[in-house]
Design a binder for this molecule. Sequence first.
Ligand code: GDP
Ligand code: MG
Ligand code: ZN
Length: 330
Amino acid sequence: MLYNVGCLILALINRKMELKEGVVIRSTGSWYSVRVSKNEISEVRIKGKFRNEGIKTTNPIAVGDRVVFELHENGDGVINKILPRKNYIIRKSVNLSKQSHIIASNIDQAFLIVTITTPSTSTGFIDRFLVTAEAYHIPTVILFNKIDVYSEQEIEKLNHLKDVYEGIGYECHSISAFNKEDAKMIGLLMKDKVTLLSGHSGVGKSTLVNAIDSSLDLKTASVSTSHNKGKHTTTFAEMFELENGGFIIDTPGIKGFGLVDFDKSDLGHYFVEFRGLMNECKFSNCQHINEPKCQVLASLKSGQVAKSRYDNYVTMWKEDEMESYRNLNY
Ligand SMILES: Nc1nc2c(ncn2[C@@H]2O[C@H](COP(=O)(O)OP(=O)(O)O)[C@@H](O)[C@H]2O)c(=O)[nH]1
Ligand SMILES: [Mg+2]
Ligand SMILES: [Zn+2]
């Protein structure tokens, strides 16, 4: 009898509340869209205060987070747990300098879209992104987009950049988002992985995503010709599911990434081609600025290290943390 009553109560509780697990694919700050499965997406909230261990963030939960939530019978969903993050990418909050904002988490790889014109992407921007990705252990592929519009001179510039980045080990592809074969090839690289898509506004992120998967229909913006910087259409990171099992995190309106709490003496480690060289510097704490018998400087002189890479290293090394964030803006 008692046993039966117990079962009945348990059954009632079970009917009122279910525990579910899923991935946050969108967030507006107060509501989170959590993907439980391809056909099940719940709009849920957070209850009370949520703390992140070790980091002060303006957003407790980010796109890419795996969460456990209670789904109540009336349809209300409440997140009560974040599962441990494999990694995350962060930027400083513009106003609250002590706080940071998690852009996305649990990222398998990043694709950085670079264009030579409309808009032009500087090596400073590229290297800052690569340094950030190295620091957060996110492998990066560089996609040089819009090859259908470049002049001979611009193609030359592109090939030079491609040589530099391929030379230090980054996978690079020259593509046009308007070319079906290119889109198909990039789609295959995204299969079964979570890919963070980054690059200046207007480089063709949304166009590429739409070309990869025609069931998606992201808004694209025409590049404003007045200053060639493009217009922002949206401002939140968002995750899209591809037919092939991959997920893309688009980062519209996110102007840059930053290293939070990094020690400037570590910067050289995030320039991949410096890693093998710095063991040969005379001083173990060499910063490769003007020290004698510095192997990085020797390799710069011999042309083995690209001047643009070294110059960007020095620029970043000379900035303090906050400035380094500000300079990510464009
Ligand atoms: N010629 C050319 N234009 C492109 C290419 N990819 C994107 N665009 C154009 O660039 C503009 C900005 O693209 P969009 O996808 O909105 O850029 P996003 O801001 O990075 O998402 C749009 O007018 C696109 O049609 C490309 O490969 N070639
Ligand atoms: Mg876009
Ligand atoms: Zn050195």
